[in-house]
Design a binder for this molecule. Sequence first.
Ligand code: GAL
Length: 374
Amino acid sequence: MLSRTPPMGFNTWNTFGEEISDSVIRETADAMVDLGLRDAGYEYLVIDDCWSKRERDPESGKIVPDENKFPNGMKAVSDYVHSKGLKFGMYSCAGTRTCADYPGSFDHEFLDARTFAEYGADFLKYDFCFKPETANGPLLYRKMGMALKACGREILFSACNWGSDEVNTWIRSTGAHMYRSTGDINDSFASFRDIALSQVDNLAYSAAGCFNDIDMLTVGMYGKGNVGSAGCNDTDYKTQFALWCMFGSPLMLGSDIRKMNDYILSLVTNKNLLRINQDEEARPAFASSGKAGKTPCFVKLLSNDEIALMFANLTDEDAHVQLYFENIGITAASGFGLEMKDAFTDECIGVKKEFMRMRLAAHDCAVYICKLKK
Ligand code: GAL
């Protein structure tokens, strides 16, 4: 079964946009292995938009790689990625053109799926630009879902219609293994905060086999790249990564991995956070207040009777964040409290009862893995 837990990997779009090439992919694959990212679970290396020529091959009708960017063809790139013990991902679009105006798969779904299988692709991101007006959105995803089943290779299907057409109510039935639920992220605190908060009511539309994808991470971009803006600082990235882990989103790195610094590396390989994201029961998180707010506490039940808690200050000033245990089902009368381990320091802070309140700096967060204890 694919996508038993949220898929993890890297995608070229956030940093490279159209500046992709054979060497960028090979160097990224090398870095994913050398830095230990592959061994931490980041297995898919996905080439996003802009990899092909502007038009299909007139004779075969196939999409063809741009030979200036990929002079050895796509199979050679895929073989290299596989030789590093990684999986290879491609990109296309349900409309007539991709978002950056390259050929889309509309009316060529079965041919394109076979082409991706010939490349040795293990993953397909499938976008939603240039959809003919009369075309039915869900049916377009059903077509590619069928085409992938017919292509002779197991390919993870990553849908990307940005949450339109109430995607969460039907996408799982198309065979998709993950689905974008929001518009595009950019590298700013406001962007990722708003994306995350927009999905608080949709966290339960995500489970083994098909996960709600809140977009590729900007963690470690510092304003550089293709979706750059002001950029973020390390506190912001800590909170972004913790939110993505708590929300059970796929973890697709988007920064230039070849230049990843030690802080970002330790953040994205943090064993406690990855355990929360990859928990086998894949239960949705919920907000303790029942709704999205700027000083939320999110709760996610894990296997082995553990409970993950995240306290976040999503305001631009210092703030108190608090949780009343009664609000998440731990009654005072039960006598139980929570034994808490800090996910960032591994420090055990003992058993807390009835409530937890803390002061957090602007944009900061705290994450704990807890057990019920008397
Ligand atoms: C957008 C998509 C982005 C990226 C881009 C490529 O629609 O949401 O993640 O794939 O297209 O042009």
